[in-house]
Design a protein around this ligand. Structure first.
Ligand code: NAG
Ligand code: NAG
Length: 173
């Protein structure tokens, strides 16, 4: 039983091109060869939350809208990037910008930080909001990540909007 648990925890983080609707992009690696991969994870405070993703990575301009973040990409070795922008409802209420630009070049790696309380519950985690690709002076592509910090506390305390509205005195005309 213990072994299974450890394996599950270990495999919660994995490299992929897509993190999809039920995982979040918490890191990125660019191999020496130029192959870029996302590090996906599912922080335990995010267990029951999902984002909505399009079927394909089709944005050429990154993920700019305030309620969207990176859910995946198609990156060619010569540095063309198509991003999949997933929408998380009210994302802006849960996040704060953390790093404006984290540059990842070949052979480099970024992994966001996760904070936990004494019970082992995740209270906040870093997530990749956007990725832009550029070229250095020698023509080698590199990636600049915009990183947000997602605060789980409002998620746990969130009351559905309809409850607030139907409770006196909020519902008054
Ligand atoms: C996240 O999931 C929890 C548990 O299902 C839910 O109560 C909450 O409304 C969700 N939050 C958002 C912002 O979707
Ligand atoms: C990418 O990020 C690096 C490091 O933060 C910064 O110095 C550089 O200007 C950025 N590149 C572009 C084209 O914005």
């Amino acid at each position: 039983m213990r072994t299974i648990l450890i394996l599950l925890i270990f495999f919660k983080l994995f490299f992929a091109d897509y993190c999809g609707t039920d995982q979040v992009a918490i890191g990125m690696e660019v191999h020496i060869s130029g192959v870029a991969r996302l590090l996906c994870g599912k922080p335990n405070c995010f267990d029951k939350n999902y984002s909505e993703c399009p079927e394909r990575a089709e944005s050429r301009k990154g993920c700019k809208k305030e309620n969207e973040w990176i859910g995946g990409f198609d990156a060619t070795i010569d540095g063309k990037l198509y991003t999949m922008c997933c929408e998380f409802e009210n994302l802006k209420d849960f996040v704060k910008p953390k790093y404006k630009e984290v540059r990842i070049r070949r052979g480099e790696y970024f992994e966001g930080e996760e904070k936990q309380n004494d019970d082992g519950d995740v209270t906040s985690f870093d997530v990749i909001k956007d990725i832009q690709t550029y070229r250095d002076d020698s023509g080698n592509p590199y990636y600049n990540l915009t990183v947000y910090n997602f605060n789980c506390v409002p998620l746990a305390e969130q009351t559905p909007k309809w409850v607030l509205k139907t409770h006196w005195p909020y519902f008054k005309k």
